[in-house]
Design a protein around this ligand. Structure first.
Ligand code: ANZ
Ligand code: ZN
Length: 952
């Protein structure tokens, strides 16, 4: 056995694979469209100046394992690689070092390519693509033109997020906590004409079609939340004395009888129409311009104090009851969501509640919770009586206790309570009950604990069923002065003071207790859940969640869907991106570049600096900018905005299928064979950006007949990040970046790959710990050594243990790679090596099966061993071993050891163990050795699965 030399072995086989092109897919080989295929995909890297990150290796190895396994299972496998190479870091580096970004990109991709090759990934390098290659971005531009022709790419004046450091406009998704996602600088607002892509036109399909794909649940949830589908009603509120209407969007039309005012967003265009009637124009205008300065998060936050102004001189008519309500402008309503106006229901919406409290607007309750008391349920056949009730919760600040009644004839503990008389408000009713039942008379600071609660229970003391509508009022006891109570009251209950912690659902008899406690704890008094309607005319008593569509019909509203998703800001005022292929002509307007003139290449420039004015550096190159209008042939100018770096990555997986096609972005038949991508692994951070964008592009390409499937990716999974030791993010500035080149050099690519798969659960973030690499390295060496165990005897039969081990290992690796539990797959390999090391010999077949199933993880050493065993061709094109299901478990038998026919001892072993193996164990058994003391036996007789008799 030669010593294990990772350097020699790894470079030898990398060269061999390249030369033999074993991972290359030949289109000519695909004759049958129904042939089994597998298209695994990793997110193609951005070739940054820092080189390959150990994080890339984690996800690349995972998909490499799947790709290799599928090849051996007989699939045609396309595992491609390329470069997502437009983008700011390269541009900024180029500016700083006065270099052409194309040259910087070339340099970086050369490094990445070398590094990826050194890890032995089974990419089909013949299909390498680069988004900055004009032959590639020709098709990115072509897709843009199709969007433009269908009206889905349009220009719009936008308030954009502007990073004053990077001098670039940012999409909402690129702003994190008000700062630029890339450089952390605080983002400003700027008005700018921008190219937009109408992703909102696809919102419904992007949401719905998630049902048909196999994405991790957390990925679907994040996309769904981001798309933000909402179902509700559009309802018109007529403006009194005019024929104008305010259209509101509400998810809760069931609360319409509780509307106390209507709110317009400051951006709502109807304001201009109304101005003539407004009495306080100046104040309203001042408010509007002030609110423009705030951002969305600030405006929508429940915690931020709400502001607004009433529009004096106009009223809106509630279509449900004809009531005229005031109209306000407030910036907690957004201009670009729903209809930009809201019917405000303070009793049932948190923000409306805070607003109404602040500005003293009425709060009218129309939905209340409905409880059937489980402890005292209504009884059949008893009379049912409806009552308006109040519970008084009296707090004594002197000792922190709460006033309660212990009932004498019933096992009840309650607050002072009773009915609310007509003409009585709940606070006076509560005070009166406390006085009558306990004699305490000095109660202050009343707070009504939210709205009423409807409860049904059996009132044993009156022998009747009750339907009660109860409010609770909190009081503070000012002092303990009290009067005597009546005989009836003192006969009925004892007055007690309870510790606050004992005032629980269990101890108190009221069915309403859970609701009181929850409201008390949260201090929010708007009831935002569903329940039954009150104060709603003919809808009283109906369940709120069942009546929404009926009420909508009743007020002639329309049931609609709304989405949180916004159109995608698709232009950047920078150099290093795809030029947007349109021409501006004074006469003809925006004219698309004729398709045959594509690509519109980036011109070479002396100065890549972005401009302070926010114009692209391209605008300074007059030779490039000035052109002819394709329509009227008059003087015209090129668009100088470029595309964002999400453009090239929105369709790259299609180009891999046919990377050199000059006529079309990819051939139809090839697309029919390869799409959709079968398994796409990537980062969670791309869920709402790249993953959603590319689904949108794909659906559009489907609609115009370019691709044959509705979805680009059948399956999507995600990996956890690799952090630096101690759990910090790896970054150049912290100096904690691990360089994969060093590790490949010292311990080899196989060890590095194995370490990354073994370091922890694949979907979880994990810290890099260099000292942990020793374990995987030792494992690789032990696999190497295992070749010495192979029996030379052609007739050698493996022990049952060895057979169980190999079958169990194949089975476990099958299961664990499919579920991406790579770390436990590696554990099972380690267990197998342990077991094999205990064997005296193993067969060539068992060893081969073993190196086959570990070859996707450690492809170089297994390839070398394959050759050592005398095989022709590559292990990676051999056939994946199948599992013998009958050998997954070993039955145990107890074998008796006799000496000269006398029982000496027993041992356990696998049923069916072969004779040699049994003899061996028996003769080496401690107790037997003691007896025979080195004398070699005359004969050893084995009765299979039963006895070993040693004849001395
Ligand atoms: C009345 C109402 C009563 C509402 C109630 C809620 C509770 P989602 O689920 O997010 O779609 N709304 C509508 N348009 C808005 C806008 N442009 N800016 C801010 N808020 C807006 O929420 C829809 C609800 O948010 C709508 O239902 C509306 O308030 C508010 F008890 O209408 B609701
Ligand atoms: Zn023209």
């Amino acid at each position: 056995m030669k010593p294990y030399d990772h350097k020699k072995i790894e470079s030898k086989w990398q060269k061999y694979w390249d030369r033999k092109k074993i991972y290359q897919i030949n289109d000519k080989d695909i004759k049958d469209i129904k042939q089994k295929k597998f298209y695994p995909l990793i997110e193609f890297p951005y070739p940054s100046g820092q080189g390959l990150h150990v994080g890339h290796i984690r996800s690349n190895t995972a998909m490499d394992i799947l790709a290799r396994k599928r090849r051996m299972e007989g699939y045609k496998v396309l595992y491609p690689i390329g470069w997502d190479a437009f983008g700011l870091p390269t541009e900024n580096f180029a500016i700083k070092n006065k270099l052409d970004p194309a040259i910087v990109t070339k340099r970086n991709t050369d490094t990445f390519r070398r590094q990826l090759k050194s890890l032995g990934f089974s990419f089909d390098w013949s299909r390498e693509i680069n988004t900055t290659d004009p032959k590639y971005y020709k098709w990115t531009q072509w897709i843009f033109l199709q969007f433009f022709k269908k009206g889905l790419a349009y220009k719009k004046k936008m308030t954009i997020n502007w990073c004053p450091k990077d001098l670039i406009g940012l999409a909402n998704e690129e702003v994190v906590n008000g700062c630029c996602e890339r450089c952390g600088t605080e983002v400003e607002k700027r008005e700018k004409e921008q190219w937009m892509l109408a992703i909102t036109k696809y919102a419904d399909r992007l949401d719905k079609d998630l049902d048909d794909v196999d994405f991790l649940p957390k990925i679907k949830t994040q996309q769904r939340n981001w798309i933000g589908k909402s179902e509700g009603a559009e309802i018109d509120f007529q403006i009194k004395g005019t024929d104008k209407k305010i259209k509101v969007y509400t998810t809760r039309p069931d609360t319409i009888y509780g509307v106390s005012y209507v709110v317009l967003a400051p951006e709502n265009p109807i304001l201009t129409d109304l101005m003539a009637k407004v009495e306080n124009i100046e104040d309203v205008k001042a408010y509007i311009s002030e609110s423009r300065k705030k951002d969305e998060i600030e405006r929508l936050s429940v915690d931020k104090e709400k502001t607004g102004i009433e529009i004096k001189g106009i009223k809106a008519i509630n279509p449900a009851n004809g009531e005229a309500v005031p109209v306000w402008v407030a910036d907690y309503v957004l201009g670009d969501y729903g209809t930009g106006s809201v019917m405000a229901v303070p009793a049932h919406d948190e923000r409306d509640y805070l607003f109404a409290k602040k500005y003293n607007l009425p709060i009218k309750e129309v939905i209340i919770p409905h409880i059937i008391d489980k402890r005292n349920p209504p009884q059949q056949g008893k009379k049912s009586v409806a009552r308006r009730n109040v519970h008084a919760i009296v707090y004594n600040p002197k000792n922190g206790r709460i006033l309660a009644l212990k009932w004498k004839k019933h096992p009840w503990t309650t607050f002072p309570m009773g009915g609310v008389e007509d003409n009585e408000d709940v606070i006076s009713a509560a005070k009166r009950e406390v006085y009558e039942e306990t004699g305490y008379k000095n109660l202050v600071d009343p707070v009504i604990l939210g709205g009423q609660v409807k409860a049904e229970y059996f009132a044993a003391h009156k022998d009747q069923n009750r339907v009660s509508y109860t409010s609770a009022v909190l009081f503070v006891l000012k002092n303990e002065d009290k009067d005597d109570v009546s005989i009836e009251e003192s006969d009925a209950h004892d007055v007690v003071w309870m510790n606050e912690k004992d005032v629980t659902e269990e101890n108190m008899t009221h069915a309403e207790m859970p609701i009181w406690l929850q409201r008390f704890k949260n201090k929010n008094y708007a009831y935002t859940e569903h329940g039954v309607l009150i104060n709603s005319n003919e809808f009283d008593g109906k369940k709120s969640n069942e009546i929404k569509e009926d009420i909508t019909k009743f007020v002639k509203g329309k049931w609609v869907n709304k989405f949180k998703l916004r159109d995608w800001v698709f232009s950047r005022q920078r150099y290093w991106g795809e030029p947007i292929p349109v021409i501006h002509c004074d006469k003809c307007g925006i004219v698309p570049v004729p398709e045959k003139e594509l690509p519109i290449k980036l011109p070479k420039v002396k100065n890549y600096l972005p401009t302070e004015t926010g114009e692209s550096p391209l605008s300074a190159i007059s030779k490039w900018v000035n052109t002819k209008c394709p329509q009227c042939k008059g003087k015209a100018k090129r668009e100088t905005d470029t595309m964002p770096n999400w453009a090239g990555s929105s369709w790259y997986y299609l180009r891999y299928i046919d990377p050199k096609n000059k006529k079309i972005l990819a051939d139809k038949n090839k697309l029919a064979f390869w799409t959709p991508v079968d398994w796409y692994n990537g980062g969670m951070e791309h869920t709402t950006l790249h993953l959603l964008y590319s689904r949108f592009w794909h659906k559009f390409l489907y609609d115009i007949g370019v691709v044959p499937t509705k979805e680009p990716y059948q399956k999507r999974t995600s990996h956890g990040l690799i952090l630096a030791g101690g759990g910090e993010k790896m970054s150049k500035s912290k100096g904690n970046v691990v360089n994969p080149d060093d590790i490949v050099n010292t311990v080899g690519a196989d060890t590095l790959r194995l370490y990354e798969m073994f370091m922890g659960p694949f979907d979880q973030a994990i810290s890099w710990e260099s000292y942990n690499i020793a374990g995987p390295r030792r494992f690789v060496e032990r696999v190497w050594k295992l070749q010495e165990k192979i029996s030379r005897d052609k007739k050698f039969i493996d022990t049952p243990t060895a057979l169980v081990t190999i079958n169990k290992t194949i089975n476990k690796i099958n299961e664990d790679t499919e579920s991406m539990s790579f770390n436990t797959a590696v554990s099972s390999m380690m267990i197998a090596v342990n077991e094999f090391e205990k064997e005296k010999n193993i067969s060539k077949k068992v060893f081969e099966d073993f190196i086959k199933v570990i070859s996707p993880f450690i492809p170089h050493i297994t390839e070398e061993l394959w050759e050592v065993l005398g095989n022709k061709g590559s292990i990676h094109t051999s056939i994946w071993p199948s599992v013998d299901k009958t050998k997954l478990h070993s039955d145990k038998v107890t074998i008796v050891i006799q000496i000269n026919g006398k029982i000496k001892t027993t041992f356990e072993t696998d049923k069916g163990s072969n004779e040699e193996y049994i003899k061996n164990i028996a003769l080496n058994h401690d107790e037997i050795k003691k007896v025979i003391q080195g004398v070699s036996p005359k004969r050893v007789i084995v009765v299979k699965d039963k006895i070993v008799n040693i004849v001395l």
